[in-house]
Design a protein around this ligand. Structure first.
Ligand code: MLT
Length: 245
């Protein structure tokens, strides 16, 4: 493979300019990427990621409410007055089909908003890994895997998913000149990639979510290749580039 792969460990671990001309995959396994993939798979028309509640409020105030849902979390919990939180289990076809979702999360939507200098922005997680790999194999530009992390820190589940992508793209052979981030993610995947669910269950964020969500989001988000969805950000809105729905 002649294109380079790089990795950022959290939403705030890079300068936005570094992503210019790159194809970026934003990875927030628990749970923003998994929720975005699920919402699109359930027939949501699109997702407008926002960095904070102020931006979400400003957008929603000008919109025709039956067609829009205001969604997201603060510290993992649904925000008061919002239609939905950030559990993928809430994003069923009955609830989201045909709707545009204004979406604010603590780290995932920040990582997306900070990636807008990229040539192309995809949203990836285990649920749609194959769709992301198919696209990455087609592109000619260098690739950056942006892990959302948690408040500037590394998140195990995002690194594991990034490692899975790097492993697949390199045919399991770590290039000698791989960046430190790719080396760490690759090694993590080699060690724990055969037990994604347990690895996620033992992550810091799974412990946080334990007290927050009644749904089994961890098992759900551990599933591999259940959705042929390719969330792609264009002009501020994420839609499914595989778009059959
Ligand atoms: C985030 O953006 O940090 C996460 O999606 C938080 C969550 O699990 O709700």
């Amino acid at each position: 493979m002649n294109k380079n792969i790089d990795l950022c460990v959290s939403a705030h671990s890079f300068q936005e300019e570094e992503l210019r001309d790159k194809v970026t995959v934003v990875i927030d396994v628990l749970r923003a990427s998994s929720t975005i993939v699920t919402a699109l798979n359930s027939g949501a028309k699109g997702i407008i990621p926002v960095q904070d509640m102020d931006a979400a409020g400003k957008i929603s105030i000008n919109l025709d409410s039956p067609n829009f849902l205001l969604c997201g979390e603060k510290d993992g919990k649904k925000i008061e007055g919002y239609d939905l939180g950030n559990s993928p289990a809430e994003y069923s076809p009955e609830t989201v089909k045909g709707k545009t979702i204004i979406f604010k999360t603590s780290n995932g939507t920040q990582a997306i908003k900070r990636s807008t200098m990229s040539k192309e922005i995809l949203v990836g997680t285990f649920l749609n890994l194959q769709s992301v790999l198919n696209r990455l194999r087609e592109v000619e530009n260098d690739i950056v895997l942006v892990c959302a992390g948690w408040k500037g820190r590394l998140a195990l589940e995002d690194m594991l998913c990034a490692g899975n992508i790097a492993h697949e793209l390199t045919g399991g052979h770590l290039p000698g000149d791989a960046s430190d981030g790719v080396k760490v993610a690759f090694g993590l995947y080699e060690k724990f990639g055969n037990d994604i669910e347990n690895t996620l269950r033992n992550s810091n964020h799974a412990k946080r979510l334990d007290h927050i969500t009644e749904n089994d989001d961890i098992s759900y988000c551990s599933q591999l290749n259940t959705m042929d969805v390719l969330p792609t950000l264009k002009e501020g809105i994420i839609t499914d580039a595989n778009g059959k729905k």
